[in-house]
Design a protein around this ligand. Sequence first.
Ligand SMILES: Cc1cc2nc3c(=O)[nH]c(=O)nc-3n(C[C@H](O)[C@H](O)[C@H](O)COP(=O)(O)OP(=O)(O)OC[C@H]3O[C@@H](n4cnc5c(N)ncnc54)[C@H](O)[C@@H]3O)c2cc1C
Length: 448
Amino acid sequence: MNNPKQTMSRRRALKWFGAGVGAVALAGAGGAYLYRNNMRLPTKQADVIQKARIVIAGGSIGGLTVGARILRGVPDANVTVIEPRTVHHYQPGYTLVGAGVYRKEQVLFEQADLFQPGMRWIKDSVAAFEPDRNRVITAGGQAVEYDFLVVALGVEADFNSIEGLKVALETPYAGNVYDLNLSAKYRTLAKEFKGGKALFTFPEGYVKCGGAPQKITWLSEDLWRRDGKRDRVEVHFHTPQTSLFPVVPRINDVITPMIENRGIHNHYRNALRAIDPSTRTAIFEDLDATGSSREIRQSYDLLHAMPRFRTPTPLREGPLTAEGIGGQLQLDRHTLQHLRYPNIFGVGDCGATGAAKTAATIRKQAPVIVENLFSLALGEPMSAHYDGASGCPLLTRYGRCMMFEFDYKGELVNEWLYQSTKETRRWWTFKVHGLKRLYRHVMIPGWV
Ligand SMILES: Cc1cc2nc3c(=O)[nH]c(=O)nc-3n(C[C@H](O)[C@H](O)[C@H](O)COP(=O)(O)OP(=O)(O)OC[C@H]3O[C@@H](n4cnc5c(N)ncnc54)[C@H](O)[C@@H]3O)c2cc1C
């Protein structure tokens, strides 16, 4: 018999080991920046930066990481963050709420605790950008002037973008991990599911964390297997894409047979068009078919349907976007500087860079933005270059995760470090116990 105390301490040790290994690996991967830029700027240069009014629109992981990193370089810098929320959501934890690994409270932080000393907080929303006058107007009517602006507004799930989706989500047959309450609801529905057809979808357009719709599909399938219900459940995943994980072909090649062997039915080139909650039917368009065969109707007993995403109104409808980029911030994808307004930079999900919309992306973008912003302020050429680096902890089943980093070309980065194409317990442990710490205690204070 196991001594419970011993079992506990082994579990704890594993947890810390996982977190430690992960932290070393990720610090290694991000280390180039840490060691290259010895953070604190020499006094003469710092004096110049101090005079600049730096405004950050949006105070989530993108805005806070950039702001904190600026203050690490120049502790007296004039940094103002405009952010309306008083509670911060650790969104990468939402999938784990849906999977029953985290409770809702475990993904919430007091926003006030996340501001670094020296950061000024305007508790309001940006209502309009006025880049020709170097100012933003808040919803409360305040004009906030800047010398440099960093836009970090993120993207939002638009639950009205699919006909019937909002109503379907109010029924006891549908949930969604892109909203904290709906994610908790999904957990209950999945756990209590008696059997039938479970339908999962992937959206068109840009997606916040393109791995999450797959992760919740695969974790749910594993849950039903563990609970002895698998033979009573049909699992279907519909995606408008041509494969399961097209952004990284090597990962796609490994996971596709792995997932198909688990009896999950993948339907490619299927775009969700509408849901009829009264008959529990999802209506897809087959993007490759012609005529009447284009419409596919699938009934469901449990639904995890994805909305489309959009940027917040002042960005989507304002002067900082451009035609054909879905309301995203128009940016140079390498310098992260606005293409028309040189004193504006963008970080995170809201930027039209083509990079994955993840917190892991921000970890790699923030040092580039700060270095380029400092160079610009000092009248020097900008030399920092973002190569599209991002990362993904792909939760393939309970206790297993594939961890990998990739770049704009869709190629794996630091593969030797991550053992990227393997499902491991170590990376699961790191996802569950390490990443939130990295986010809260390394990224938000600006250490990366
Ligand atoms: C289900 C799910 C799973 C995920 N899994 C992972 C994962 O495993 N790994 C990973 O790295 N990432 C993951 N992510 C993605 C990650 O959470 C996002 O990429 C990250 O939060 C983006 O940060 P951001 O600062 O760009 O935007 P956000 O975090 O969305 O923040 C935008 C901020 O702007 C503020 N804002 C909006 N409008 C205005 C306005 N008008 N004025 C002022 N402020 C405004 C908002 O209040 C918010 O605080 C996941 C996300 C979800 C939803």
